[in-house]
Design a protein around this ligand. Sequence first.
Ligand code: CA
Ligand code: CA
Length: 244
Amino acid sequence: MERRRIGIVACGILGAAALVAWTQDPGKRPQDAGAPVKLRKPQMSDTIKANVYADNWFVLYINGELAAVDSIKFIPHNVISVDLLPTYPMTIAVMAKDNADAKTGMEYANTNIGDGGFVLKFGDGTVTDATWKAKAFSTGPVGRDTANPRVENTPIPENWFAVDFDDSSWTPAKEYTEEEVGPKQPYFEHDFKGAKFIWSSDIALDNTVIFRHVVKTPPDGKARVDYSNLTNVVPEGPPKRPKK
Ligand SMILES: [Ca+2]
Ligand SMILES: [Ca+2]
């Protein structure tokens, strides 16, 4: 009897301690609080806007999950704007492609060497710049030889977008000016202030480039709740009535 009561009290203290620890530092959620953790439901005000512009196409992963795909493969040049519910650290992985024929690396019926360019800004202040890493996976026409155009490909690792992917050997992205990239009108209609255009070291010949970047804490310094484990907590508020 006495042992059981001690057990219950111990569980209660442990649960309360874990809950207090979590309240003080929401990033460190207790493994087993003994009771369901209550968490305010996230609102749209908890989200951040992501603006992304790629010449010509991109796919964006955040913390290993698909977050956005450019809905237009080639032209017109468009901005993709989506809402994100951010958690930190935030691993961003982007595959960007310049429009290029798979065999020649050229565009417009093999008459032109096109160039790339990528820029991104999140509402938390995250921007593209030379602190990002970049690696080219398809290059052409090799040596700018348009008479006998040839493409060199590097196999793309299956887990290139994973949080634990090892990019330690990758080099920094290169920044390009607006003049060099020549973005089209939609770029100027969205907020990219402070963001830099990036690509690999060769914006003309490198046609498939992967970028990776880790945002350790919100650049704007704003404290945000970590909702990454939302499916395992009980939201505050009255329980939902069962659907009939
Ligand atoms: Ca190109
Ligand atoms: Ca292009």
